[in-house]
Design a protein around this ligand. Structure first.
Ligand SMILES: [Zn+2]
Ligand SMILES: [Zn+2]
Length: 254
């Protein structure tokens, strides 16, 4: 069994061939896809997509890039979407100080709002972090009552940050960028126990090295399995099985 725990199939890059992309994944060993919302409109699109496919689940949320654009009524509508049966997480939410498309203070405020919502509703969070590890940690320590669970997607922090997040009950997710020749963070992957690892494509972005230049898709999560198996000196089968079990546990998929 294999799960792509983070894709964006509602994006315009798949407008012309979405069903072909999805069928190709399911025919080639991908069992489930967690499709991730990034703002109000595309969270709705993602919920609609999950309604069309039994093996696609969705999250709903607002990416830090879009947090300045979110209105109060959109937030309330996202709260409503949490009642839909295929919605398994709040996300992606978080902080992005690298691109900083929304002011930091706004990002922080919206991040807190969604963290509190998720913890109150007992639903996991999918966290996006770029160049903001310290503030992410600070905010979670302050806001969480200890019941918050979730995943740090496309992990880019150091070993200490991974360890701290695992202690808080989080999973650490790796994407196709770990296959890049320029990737320097193998020690972090070695340091995270396989029982806390999730894998993802973050497609259409982060196409693995051997397919670079092409649009990414869920099928390519196999390259991430292969790389983790190699770095951690585990069999392909073990990485496939355990990371899938982890995702099922986190997102409540049976
Ligand atoms: Zn992200
Ligand atoms: Zn993403």
């Amino acid at each position: 069994m294999l799960i792509d725990s983070h894709s964006h199939l509602q994006f315009s890059q798949y407008e012309d061939d979405i069903d072909t992309v999805i069928e190709r994944s399911f025919k080639n060993g991908i069992d489930y896809i967690i499709n991730v919302g990034t703002n109000y409109e595309d969270s709705i699109k993602s919920v609609e997509l999950a309604d069309r496919y039994d093996n696609i689940f969705t999250s709903v949320g607002v990416h830090p890039h879009d947090s300045a654009k979110m209105s109060e009524s959109e937030f309330n509508d996202i709260v409503e979407l949490l009642n839909m049966k295929k919605v398994v997480a709040v996300g992606e939410i978080g902080l992005d100080y690298y691109k900083c498309y929304s002011p930091r203070e706004v990002q922080k405020e919206i991040f807190k709002k969604f963290l509190n919502l998720a913890e109150n509703k007992n639903i996991p969070v999918i966290i996006h972090n770029r160049a903001a590890s310290e503030d992410i940690k600070k905010i979670i320590y302050k806001e969480s009552n200890g019941r918050l669970i979730g995943v740090m997607h496309c992990f880019s922090g150091d070993e200490k940050f991974a360890k701290d997040m695992i202690k808080l009950g989080f999973y650490i997710s790796f994407a196709g960028n770990i296959t890049y020749r320029s990737f320097k963070n193998e020690e972090v992957i070695k340091s995270v126990p396989i029982e806390r690892i999730l894998i993802e494509t973050d497609c259409p972005f982060l196409t693995p090295e051997s397919k670079r230049g092409e649009r990414n898709e869920p099928l390519n999560v196999w390259f991430v399995v292969e790389k983790i198996a190699q770095i951690k000196d585990l069999s392909f089968k073990v990485v496939e099985r355990i990371t899938s079990e982890n995702a099922c546990k986190l997102f409540g998929i049976e």
